[in-house]
Design a protein around this ligand. Structure first.
Ligand SMILES: [Zn+2]
Length: 282
């Protein structure tokens, strides 16, 4: 894979200090804004080729992927319910379209953006969904197009996350809602590193960065999103028994503590969901 060295994707202030390695890949942390990112990272062309074949292609693995994501999609659908407006929703990186199927059932008018041709064909042929070829910036939606934009496990894959968030802001209607689901892995990496446990939790080089709730909120507010609401938002159910057990254990614990703290405590190291509303552009 072709790689390149980059400046911090958030503040462009530094190439970052080494933090963790996985094989030959290195996560660094920006000393100015604390953002954690892969450096060097695959070039944009290499990434586009990679995502053509990133998702599973066999039907049994597509089905187990759906089962894995189902609880998270269900929770997200409930979170969006009060903000339907006229009900136009765009899901970016929609994969096979399972979230859109759920939202269509709930009465939303849905569209998706997807890079993988196989996934796009599946979503169109099996579910009859409207899918635009990605990435989002190339789809060229008019301003103020959607009541809600969602992106599940997308932002950590992007070379230009700030440009992506700006584009989401532009295509949302004023007051429209952005929902992002993202992994937050560094606290667990730090813990495992302390105990000398080798792991590949960052999933490099597929993931280019590791957002924390604080960094993501900072980015959103800088662009003009407001009223950020963080939550745990459920947990995935992978079919691998070990992964499934740890997801239930940590995810369940995170949910319980979030609830007990009056929706405040965000357990470090588990995936999170953030909602933000489109304010005025900054
Ligand atoms: Zn930075």
């Amino acid at each position: 894979m072709e790689m390149e060295e980059v400046d911090c994707p958030i503040c462009e202030g530094s190439k970052g200090d080494p933090l963790h390695t996985e094989g030959s890949f290195q996560m660094v942390q920006c000393p100015s804004c604390q953002f954690i990112f892969l450096n060097p990272r695959p070039t944009d062309d290499a990434l586009i080729r990679f995502y053509q074949r990133y998702l599973p292609e066999e039907v049994p693995s597509i089905e187990s992927w759906e089962r894995m994501m189902r609880p998270v999609f269900h929770r997200a659908a409930n979170l969006l319910e009060p903000y339907r407006g006229s009900g136009r929703l765009l899901d970016v990186g929609t994969g096979f379209g399972f979230f859109l199927v759920e939202m269509k059932k709930r009465g939303w008018e849905t569209a998706g953006v997807e890079i993988s041709q196989k996934a796009t064909d599946y979503a169109r042929d099996i579910f009859g969904l409207t899918i635009f070829p990605g990435p989002l910036e190339k789809a060229g939606f008019p301003d103020n197009s959607f009541d809600a934009v969602t992106a599940f496990y997308v932002i950590e894959h992007l070379s230009h996350p700030v440009a992506f968030l700006r584009e989401c802001h532009r295509i949302l209607k004023p007051g429209g809602l952005l929902l992002l689901r993202y992994p937050h892995t560094t606290p667990i990496k730090n813990l495992l590193h302390f105990f000398g446990v080798k792991n590949r939790l960052y999933d490099l080089p597929a993931h280019l960065s590791d957002f924390s709730p604080k960094i993501i909120q900072g980015c959103l507010e800088k662009i003009g999103f407001e009223k950020c609401q963080h939550s745990i938002g459920g947990y995935t159910l992978p079919c691998d028994l070990g992964k499934r057990t740890s997801s239930i254990l940590f995810g369940g614990c995170a949910e319980a503590l979030y609830y007990l703290s009056g929706n405040k405590f965000l357990f470090p190291g588990v995936s999170k969901t953030v909602l933000a509303f489109r304010g005025n552009l900054k």
